[in-house]
Design a protein around this ligand. Sequence first.
Ligand SMILES: [Cu+2]
Length: 156
Amino acid sequence: MTMAKRMGLIGCFMVALSLVFAASEATRYNVGGDFGWGIPPNQTFYSDWASSKTFIVGDSLVFNWTGNQNVADVPMADYNNCSTDVITFTGSPNRTVFTITLLFPGPRYFICTVDDHCERGQKFSINVRWPFSSDAPSPSAQPPISSSAPTPSFRV
Ligand SMILES: [Cu+2]
């Protein structure tokens, strides 16, 4: 394949990707609203904030903080344990604006690993959806697979 053809294919892919994002009107969410990203006033502050929103592929999370904070994009187990043994995104100690664009669907978990911030509620999880499928049920909302379903019978 020539370089020109290859660049053409990449170009087509980029156009298709941007069309998907444009059609879904990507949203930038300020995590925690006006409060920003810090030790919250209560344990459910960030889960309350996240539960009122629908996150679509292409949307962004904007973490705004002052002082000693960080953001870690972690698996569920680290989220549940408030693990501090994870890679974090840190910023300048004074003021940081850190943006994460949600590029793929599925559950995502974010925590702060400074001191006991996570235990004090500086954590939240979201379920990122594909565009155009905002009514799709989340994995936890799907009905359980019945074990008593009749097995198909075959005539011999
Ligand atoms: Cu923190």
